[in-house]
Design a protein around this ligand. Structure first.
Ligand code: GLN
Length: 245
């Protein structure tokens, strides 16, 4: 079994260990005998998203985000078709913000997004950045834990990853985190998110296999994820405890 992942702009968009997500996907495939080929994309000219089975975009500072936007704009229609067609994707923080209409930085400058999904993100000069550990309660994935550091507040009415019980998530208002749209996940969780949230990894891998080999034709075998799940549980417990203080 073979899958291909496009990792966009790894040289610019790799905050707080985001590359660990790619390592996690690769390992969880390898442990099941699936060959996940990772192709790093730093120039999008001529790239076809139909050639990959999933894609990943990490987070970045406003400066990097600005540079990366130029690259992404070149394949905007490809991104839209892939997302609408159910290609699994993980996009983190700045990588998530790209998919909306715009990102307004704290200095007031506005960076046009790809406008693939109907949302926007704004940093506010008079409001602090949203920084710290985060715990999200998700119906689909159980407890999701990670770390966030963003000025941008994102607002939308799509499905989310879940409700924030510790931290901020999409904004400092509605206590919701991320987006779940077809097989696309957008999230503010760095850390990186996948190693300690293995159910999210497996959702992406299963989606890629379903698209490539037909739904139900290859069900991912269970892996022993005790270490990963123990880490998740420990962090979630600590965060819940910190709330009670
Ligand atoms: N520049 C964006 C913000 O601060 C994204 C930061 C990030 O990717 N962590 O909102």
């Amino acid at each position: 079994m073979k899958l291909k992942l496009y990792h966009f702009m790894p040289d610019k968009l790799n905050l707080y260990g985001d590359i660990g997500n790619v390592i996690s996907l690769k390992k969880r495939c390898e442990w099941r005998g699936i060959d996940l080929e990772v192709e790093n994309i730093t120039d999008t000219t001529g790239i076809k998203l139909t050639d990959c089975d999933m894609f990943f975009i990490g987070g970045g500072s406003d400066r990097e985000q600005c540079i990366a936007t130029e690259q992404f704009a070149k394949i905007k229609d490809e991104f839209k078709a892939a997302i609408e067609g159910g290609v699994p994707a993980l996009t983190i923080c700045g990588g998530y913000q790209f998919l909306g209409e715009y990102y307004k930085a704290a200095d007031g400058s506005k960076l046009a997004g790809l406008n693939i999904l109907d949302f926007y993100t704004e940093s506010l000069a008079d409001k602090p950045r949203l920084i710290g550990n985060i715990l999200v309660e998700s119906d689909k994935f159980g407890d999701i834990v990670g770390f966030e550091n963003h000025g941008g507040r994102t607002y939308h009415n799509y499905d989310t990853l879940g409700s924030v019980s510790v931290g901020f998530g999409n904004n400092d208002d509605d206590k919701k985190e991320g987006i779940l749209y077809n097989n696309l996940i957008g999230t503010y969780l760095h850390g990186p998110i996948l190693p300690k949230n293995p159910k999210v990894s497996d959702f992406l891998i299963q989606g890629a296999l379903d698209n490539k080999y037909g739904k139900g034709n290859y069900i991912l075998p269970e892996l022993n994820s005790d270490i990963e799940l123990d880490a998740n549980k420990f962090i979630a417990q600590q965060l819940r405890k910190s709330m009670k203080k």
